[in-house]
Design a protein around this ligand. Structure first.
Ligand SMILES: Nc1ncnc2c1ncn2[C@@H]1O[C@H](COP(=O)(O)OP(=O)(O)OP(=O)(O)O)[C@@H](O)[C@H]1O
Ligand SMILES: [Mg+2]
Length: 236
């Protein structure tokens, strides 16, 4: 589904060049649920942004769903993003001036879809996250957990093959974090491939596979708990 090989991402300013990712290789298979952990500044968000075609790498190759997406222009990238990818951010990123229904509608408006089809998708997605009754409310009128569920509904409405989540539970208390995780597990069971960045070891342990990022490189932990411990010690 997602295959990066020797990928690099350098941020250049006049004085310094920082490598956010360096020789970064990862292969996420279709239908996997992968948790990405790693210290602050190690490159996790940069990886997700490139995976979601929001940023371009400075080197290496990226294949998404069997297609080399490295050399595509902006329009082609937006199109693929809109068709195949759903994003969930730590800060929810809802539009404050739009009600819940219209927030979920935002990515659908860029698709060639009848308004009836859009309505069906929005209603179903909001039902799924348990917020049908809140459609006409505005984000500020909802709790953090509810806002994150709207963000999940927005990602779901497009039926993405690949769901990218950057600390989706980072702003939530434990109970809400578990509820959001449960929702992601349901979505995964229905066939989506999920890559989730998290600082929470309890949530990471619930994913099928853990990938650790240190200094812009991947350390794949697989399911080997011994390696898990060693890496925790290195990065501590
Ligand atoms: N737009 C940018 N310009 C310059 N440097 C950047 C930019 N974005 C990220 N970086 C640098 O790239 C590195 C990786 O950043 P990134 O946001 O991917 O880390 P992260 O693992 O997501 O950290 P956190 O856990 O704190 O969110 C950091 O050193 C950061 O300063
Ligand atoms: Mg980050």
């Amino acid at each position: 589904m997602l295959k990066m090989t020797h990928l690099s991402k350098a941020f250049r300013t006049e004085v310094v060049e920082t490598y956010a990712l360096r020789d970064f290789s990862i292969h996420v298979r279709e239908g996997e649920f992968v948790a990405v952990t790693g210290p602050s500044g190690s490159g996790k968000t940069t990886f997700l942004n490139i995976a979601g075609l929001l940023e371009t790498p400075t080197g290496g190759t990226y294949e998404l769903d069997g297609q080399d997406v490295g050399a595509l222009g902006d329009d082609a990238r937006s199109h693929i993003r809109n068709q195949k990818i759903g994003f969930i951010f730590q800060a929810f990123n809802l539009i404050p001036d739009l009600n819940i229904y219209d927030n979920v509608d935002v990515p659908l408006r860029y698709r060639k879809m009848s308004s009836a089809e859009r309505k069906k998708r929005i209603t179903e997605a909001l039902e799924r996250v348990g917020l049908s009754a809140r459609m006409r409310h505005y984000p500020a009128e909802l709790s953090g957990g509810q806002q994150q569920r709207v963000a999940i509904a927005r990602a779901l409405a497009g039926s993405p093959k690949l769901l990218l989540a950057d600390e989706p539970t980072g702003n939530l208390d434990t109970q809400m974090a578990r509820a959001v995780m449960q929702l992601l597990e349901d979505i995964h069971r229905d066939g989506a491939t999920i890559v989730m960045v998290t600082h929470d070891p309890e949530l990471a342990a619930r994913a099928q596979r853990n990938v650790h990022v240190i200094d812009g490189q991947v350390v794949d932990l697989g399911e080997d708990p011994k390696l898990h411990m060693n890496v925790s010690r290195i990065s501590a």
